[in-house]
Design a protein around this ligand. Structure first.
Ligand code: AQP
Length: 340
């Protein structure tokens, strides 16, 4: 079997939520476990703090959020003995490669990035250069390790495709087959967990309303309240997916239940057909709590063990720096730079 190297990350921009867990981290855990069984221990999971700086002017919580996300990776099941868990800014090769990629990346490719348009708002002239260049840094995060697979949610698909295009462009530019072309790994049923307040928007750390998302650190009472207040409609649950068309919030809650209980949406519809959401919500709450409570407790425990977390992050950065610096030296040579 061909060697596979997995890389992914989360931005420490706020409260890590159920969308991040189902869309990304749960996939990482499953992939890691299956690769480890095959003796392929090449997984890197970073906390992408430099990406956080592109949209976050409040520096007060960055460090706490960074530790919380590191703790969440472990609490969700990433084994630090088998995967490198590290902080992006602790591996300077990411930003160096980002510069080299910036020197070949066509502006036209970057102009197509929809996340920039969403996050920059109407007045793009006021947006910072870092936000515009974000996808190039993300490409560097992936390519510096010659990662082959990038498990992400749907919103990051376009960025991974850009990384793939930049890998091909670099190879042609240097006339060498250097970077493998990375592939996005997206689980269709969890690709986009939606906001609890508006089923047309994805659940997001930066949504102003805390009630739009379920945090991995929320206490049980708060999870119960958020689910009780989640927007729905007064129609009964249909007996097939077809009946959920144009009922975005209903579809989202049933989808969350289906994902947490490892069932198809179709079978969840059959199971609850004819019931009202007032009866379904307490059942969903139980399932959410039984998934998130052990994760929350472990996150809180790990956040108290800062020296243990620092040890893991230090070891992860060491592994990452070793891999990245070896590749960086080859990249510098390919670009014709005088080696250090
Ligand atoms: N709602 C979601 N459903 C499924 N997957 C999601 N992801 C994020 N939101 C959802 C996936 O989680 C991983 C980490 O995301 P990120 O921290 O890199 O930033 P993001 O994609 O921009 O996520 P947020 O939560 O919306 O953060 P902010 O508000 O700061 O932008 C990625 O794989 C992402 O796809």
């Amino acid at each position: 079997m061909k060697n596979q190297r997995i890389l992914s990350g989360v931005r420490p921009t706020g409260h890590i939520h159920l969308g991040n867990y189902l869309g990304a981290i749960r996939q990482w855990v499953r992939l890691s476990q299956s690769l480890s069984k095959q003796g392929l221990n090449e997984q890197l999971f970073c906390i992408v703090d430099q990406h956080a700086l592109t949209t976050q002017s409040d520096t007060n919580n960055l460090s706490l959020n960074t530790y919380t996300i590191a703790a969440a990776y472990i609490a969700c099941g990433i084994n630090p003995d088998e995967s490198a868990i590290f902080i992006q800014s602790h591996v300077p090769a990411h930003t160096e490669l980002a510069w080299y990629l910036s020197c070949i990346a066509p502006l036209g490719w970057l102009n197509r990035m929809t996340q920039f348009k969403d996050k920059a708002g109407k007045d793009t002239g006021q947006a910072c250069l870092g936000l515009y260049a974000y996808p190039v840094l993300m490409a560097a995060d992936i390519l510096i390790y010659k990662a082959t697979q990038v498990p992400v949610g749907e919103d990051q698909k376009q960025h991974v495709e850009l990384a793939r295009d930049l890998a091909g462009l670099f190879n042609r530019h240097c006339d060498v087959d250097y970077f493998p072309l990375p592939e996005p790994l997206i689980n269709k049923s969890t690709a986009r967990i939606m906001s609890l307040r508006d089923g047309s928007k994805k659940m997001s750390k930066s949504d102003l309303s805390d009630y739009s998302r379920l945090h991995l650190t929320d206490e049980n009472d708060l999870l119960t309240l958020k689910i009780r207040k989640a927007k729905t409609d007064s129609d009964p649950i249909p007996d097939a997916i077809k009946g959920l068309e144009s009922r975005l919030e209903a579809q989202n809650l049933l989808g969350i239940y289906a994902n947490l209980t490892e069932q198809t949406l179709e079978s969840v519809c059959q199971q609850f057909a004819g019931q009202l959401f007032s009866a379904f919500k307490p059942i969903l709450t139980e399932v959410v709590i039984s998934t998130l409570q052990p994760i929350r407790e472990k996150i809180f425990q790990l956040r108290e063990e800062k020296s243990y977390l620092n040890q893991i992050l230090h070891k992860g950065a060491e592994t990452a720096n070793q891999l990245a610096n070896k590749n960086l030296s080859e990249i510098r040579t390919l670009l014709g730079l005088v080696d250090r």
